[in-house]
Each structure stands twice: as C-alpha cells, then as structure tokens.
Design a protein around this ligand. Structure first.
Ligand code: AVJ
Length: 326
C-alpha cells in the first residue's frame, strides 16, 4: 500500500515537473506559447464535451456520420481480407465513434483485438468497463502511456497486422511540419502492410470554420482560459482570468485556425518562484486546429512514406477519414 502510494506520487511529480517545464519554457518564448495538449484536465474534458455538443462545432458530427453510416466501407478499407489483426486507437478517450466500427467487426465475426492507447489510465478503465458491457465478445488490451512507447509495446504483444486509428482531427493540433514528422515517425514505428486511418478536417467556407471555434456562449474561450486556471492550481500561479481575453483567427489560405489569449493590461504573473511579464495586448499562442486541402493530405501521406489506400467523407464532404498503408 505504501509502496503503491509512493509510486503514484512519483508519477504525479513527474507529470507536474514536465508540465511546469513546458509552461515556463513556453511563456519565456517570443511569442509566448502554451500547448493545447494540456487543455484536458477534468474541467477541460468537460468543456470539450460541451464544445462537441455545440451546433456550430461540426467536426464530431461529421466523423460520427462516417463511422455510423459508412461502417462497411471503413471495414473494407482496413481489413480487406478479414485476416486477424490488432486495432490500435491513439487517444481513444470514450471511443464514441470507433465503437460503431468495433460493433460491426465483432458482429461479422472478424478476429481482432482492440488496443486503445491513452495517457489517462482512468479514461481507459471507464472505456474498458463500457465496452465489456456493450460488446462482451470484444477482445481488449488497454495501453496506458505515450503513443510511440505504447505502439512499440503493442508490437511486442502480438505480431499481427496493425491498424492504427487517429481520429477527430487531433492531427490538426500539430503544425504542418509537426504533422509531417509525426506521420513519418508513425510510418517508421509500423511494419509493412500495417495501415493508419487518420481523420482530417477539410478546408471549407471560412465562416463555417471560424463559427465552430468562436462561439458567442464563450465555451471555447473558457476552454482556453481553463489552462490558466490549471496553471494557477497545479503550478502555484496567480493568473487573473479577467485580465485575459480569447481571440480566434482563421486563415483560409494556410488553413490554420488559431486561438490566442490577449493580455488586457501590462501585468506580472508569478508561477511558483518564476515571474512572467506581459505587455498590454501581448499574446499567448494557445492552439492550432489545422484545416486541410485534398492536395495537402496527399502530400503529407507521400512525404511520410505511406501509400494511399482510400478515403471516406461525410455526406457534407467537410471531413475525411483517410487510409494509408506502410
Ligand atoms: C480535439 C483537437 C480536434 O481542434 O477542433 C475544439 C479541440 N479546440 N475547439 C479541435 C478544440 C477548440 C479540437 N480537437
């Protein structure tokens, strides 16, 4: 019991140390920057649920349309011969969309193991519980940790062909350069004939995109500001949320949809023993949600060493799930 507690608190310290390091490094850069991967604490998870429920946030609805209504097409692309394989999902969360695919594959009697990867052991336990109830015949192996470490672990657990799911336009949270090195690393961590299915949000009417991220209710603003609250509680800081304002942009040429926080006054913020100064109207670069053209997606796949297998769009053609093979 003691040992267990001790290990947990060491893991806890390790997380806090890298969070503190990244926050301070980001806020000491020019322009100031925070990573959107830290948005998802308990409040952040809840706010993202509310974002997904907003009528203007079309992304989840579009990809759900694909997984619900084009399941057989998806299955045919990822398992054309119905040979046994492992289905690995990066950042599985509640697997709301992929559950439609899992159900279809189980009902067809295809031999596969679902391996959700998530950094949150808590989320994985909840997911495991939910799926064991809904699909008692589904084989599940939980992989708790970082994507690439867990991909390597998956390779040691079984030698079956791997299918990797990376859904929800999570790839959009990387700059185009980061996305390219991520895809290249993915390619290098897989074996030949393995496939990846990646969800991309496509360029479309710029108003539609901006509206998805610039809601009048201020939920997206709260989602951004919550990271300051998280820094206050976890890193002993004193951000005053009244003194920061959310600002959203979309550049239809580059496809970069970006969010910033604007400092409304000149102010000094303490973070533990460090102090960060803000000028009036100084920005913190918070998040990128990159939108893609057909050409960019093709270029990304080719540059990272994949072969195009197929793609499925939702009925509005706003979102695409693309399948690439190593
Ligand atoms: C979870 C990364 C897909 O970028 O659209 C939603 C996060 N940010 N509203 C996105 C988000 C603001 C979302 N992803």
């Amino acid at each position: 019991m003691n040992v267990q507690l001790n290990q947990d608190s060491q893991v806890e310290n390790f997380h806090t140390d890298s969070f503190r390091f990244d926050v301070l490094e980001g806020l000491k850069s020019h322009p100031k920057k925070l990573s959107s991967k830290y948005f998802y604490d308990k409040t952040g998870d809840h706010l993202f649920q509310r974002i997904m429920a907003m009528p203007d946030y079309y992304l989840t609805k579009c990809e759900l349309d694909i997984f619900k209504n084009k399941t057989a097409d998806l299955a045919r692309l990822i398992t054309p011969d119905n040979e046994p394989f492992d289905l690995i999902e990066l950042g599985a969360g509640d697997a709301m969309k992929s559950t439609f695919l899992l159900k279809y594959l189980v009902e067809k009697g295809i031999d596969f193991t679902y391996m959700p990867i998530d950094i949150s052991g808590n989320i994985l336990s909840i997911l495991h519980e939910k799926l064991s109830n809904e699909l008692p015949n589904l084989k599940i192996t939980k992989l708790e940790g970082e994507y690439f470490e867990m991909l390597q672990k998956a390779a040691t657990l079984s030698s079956r062909r791997k299918v990797i799911l990376f859904l929800g336009s999570n790839i959009g949270n990387m700059s185009l350069e980061e996305a390219e090195s991520f895809c290249r690393a993915l390619n290098q961590n897989l074996a030949s004939d393995d496939v990846v299915l990646i969800g991309f949000d496509m360029k479309k009417n710029p108003h539609t995109i901006l509206n998805a991220y610039n809601d009048k209710e201020g939920i997206t603003a709260a989602f951004n500001l919550n990271l300051l609250t998280r820094i206050n509680t976890e890193l002993d800081a004193n951000f005053n949320l009244q003194q920061f304002q959310h600002y959203q942009t979309y550049d239809p040429v580059s496809g970069a949809c970006k969010s910033f926080l604007v400092s409304l006054t000149e102010q000094n913020i303490n973070i533990g023993n460090d102090c960060i100064s803000f000028k009036e109207n100084e920005l913190i670069d918070m998040e990128i949600s990159q939108k893609f053209s057909e050409e960019k997606i093709k270029e990304l796949g080719e540059k990272s060493g994949f072969r195009m297998i197929g793609e499925i769009k939702d009925s509005k053609k706003w979102f695409v799930d693309t399948v690439w093979q190593v």
